[in-house]
Design a protein around this ligand. Structure first.
Ligand code: PMP
Length: 353
C-alpha cells in the first residue's frame, strides 16, 4: 500500500487557518474576523458557577438548553435547529450527509476557503463557479452545476457583500439539492435570509456565535432548517458534539441580545469610519456588510504591506491566490485599534515602501 490515506486526502491541500496570536500579547489581531469586544458578562458568569455534575456526566446530545434559547430569540421551532461545534461542523456534517458520486458540492468563488477543503475530502466533484468582478450571484451557472449542496456565504468572505434576498430566493426555487446560506456574519448585516426557510424546504441557514457574540473560542454554531433536512444531519453528527460548558455559556449569550446588538452596532460604526480612513489613504474599499473590509492598497502593494504590518505587530489577512493577491482582508477592530492600523499604514506607505 503506497499511502495510509484515500487518494483524495492525499491529493488535497490542507486548510490553512489564519495566523494565531496568544491572548495577552500586544499583537493587534485583525486577520480572522473575531469581534474586538468581550463576550456578554451574563454568559461569562456561567463559568464561575459550573456545577461539577455538569462535567461528570455526558452533555445533552442535542444541546436543548441552547436550542431553546435560539428558538425563543429567533422565533423558529426548536426542532428546526441543529447545534454544532462551530458552524464549521454543521458545514462538514451537511457535506458528508449529502455528497457522493454525481451528488456534487457547488459554490461561487472567491468565498470561504473551508468549502474547498470540505468538498475535497468527499467522493464527489467540487464545482467552483466564478463570481466575476461585480460579485453578482452567478445564478445560471450555479443552477447548471446541479449540486447536491450549493453553498452561498452571505455576507460573503473575503469581500463582505450580502447577496440580495431575491437572488437567493430565485436560486432556492431552481435548485433540486440543498441551498446552504452561510450567515456567519449576519449580525453585522442589514437583513437575513430566515424568511426563505418558510418558503422552501431545501434551504438551511448556518449561524455562529464566533462573530456577533464574541465567542470564537467557545466553538458554537447552529443550523436552521425544516426537519426534512435536519433528520439526515442528526444521523451524521457526532453523538456528543457540544460540550456542557459551550451549551450553558451559549444559552446565556443568545439570551443577551441587548449586549450582542450593542457590540455589533459599534462594529458597524467602526466599519464605516475605517472604510473612510482607508479611502483617504487611496485604498479601494469594497462595500461590506460583515465585520471586515476587503481592500486594495494603492500601487498593488498588498503583500509588502501585510509583511510590514506584521513587523509592526498588526496581523491582517493576505491571500496568496491569483485574483486576491493584490488585496487584503482587514477585520474591523476597536476605534483605538483601527486608529493604530491607519496611522501605521500611512507611515509605511509614505516612509517605507
Ligand atoms: N462561515 C464563514 C463565511 C466564515 O468566515 C467562518 C469563520 N471563519 C465560518 C463560517 C465558521 O465559523 P465558526 O467559528 O462558527 O466555525
Amino acid at each position: 500500500m503506497a499511502s495510509f490515506f484515500r487518494s483524495n486526502v492525499d491529493a488535497m491541500a490542507p486548510y490553512v487557518p489564519g495566523e494565531q496570536a496568544p491572548p495577552g500579547t500586544k499583537i493587534i489581531k485583525l486577520n480572522t474576523n473575531e469581534n474586538p469586544y468581550p463576550p456578554s458578562s451574563q454568559a461569562m458568569s456561567v463559568l464561575q458557577n459550573i456545577d461539577s455534575e455538569y462535567l461528570r456526566r455526558y452533555p445533552d446530545p442535542y444541546a436543548n438548553e441552547f436550542r431553546q434559547a435560539v428558538s425563543d430569540v429567533l422565533g423558529v421551532p426548536r426542532d428546526w435547529i441543529i447545534v454544532g461545534n462551530g458552524s464549521d461542523e454543521i458545514l462538514n456534517v451537511l457535506i458528508r450527509a449529502c455528497s457522493e458520486g454525481v451528488r456534487k458540492i457547488v459554490y461561487p468563488m472567491p468565498t470561504y476557503v473551508l468549502y474547498r477543503t470540505l468538498g475535497a475530502m468527499q467522493p464527489t466533484e467540487t464545482i467552483e463557479v466564478s463570481y466575476g468582478e461585480d460579485f453578482k450571484l452567478p445564478i445560471e451557472e450555479l443552477v447548471a452545476a446541479n449540486g447536491a449542496v450549493t453553498l452561498i456565504a452571505s455576507p460573503n468572505s473575503p469581500d463582505g457583500h450580502a447577496v440580495p434576498i431575491d437572488d437567493l430566493r430565485c436560486l432556492a426555487s431552481r435548485l433540486e439539492g440543498v441551498l446552504a446560506i452561510d450567515e456567519a456574519y449576519v449580525d453585522f448585516a442589514e437583513e437575513s435570509a430566515l424568511a426563505l426557510l418558510n418558503e422552501f424546504d431545501n434551504v438551511i441557514s448556518l449561524r455562529t456565535l464566533s462573530k456577533g457574540y464574541s465567542l470564537a473560542g467557545l466553538r458554537l454554531g447552529f443550523g436552521i432548517a425544516n426537519p426534512k433536512i435536519l433528520s439526515g444531519l442528526f444521523k451524521v453528527k457526532d453523538s456528543y458534539n457540544i460540550d456542557a460548558i459551550a451549551c450553558a455559556v451559549g444559552e446565556k449569550a443568545m439570551r443577551d441580545q441587548f449586549y450582542k446588538n450593542e457590540c455589533c452596532q459599534k462594529v458597524k460604526l467602526n466599519r464605516t469610519k475605517l472604510a473612510l480612513s482607508l479611502q483617504k489613504l487611496d485604498f479601494k474599499v469594497w462595500e461590506s456588510q460583515a465585520n471586515f473590509l476587503f481592500v486594495q492598497p494603492p500601487n498593488a502593494k498588498a503583500e509588502a504591506l501585510y509583511l510590514e504590518l506584521k513587523q509592526h505587530g498588526i496581523l491582517v489577512r493576505y491571500f496568496k491566490q491569483p485574483g486576491l493577491d493584490d488585496k487584503l482582508r482587514i477585520t474591523v477592530g476597536t476605534d483605538e485599534q483601527n486608529q493604530t492600523l491607519t496611522d501605521t499604514l500611512s507611515n509605511i506607505l509614505y516612509n517605507c515602501l
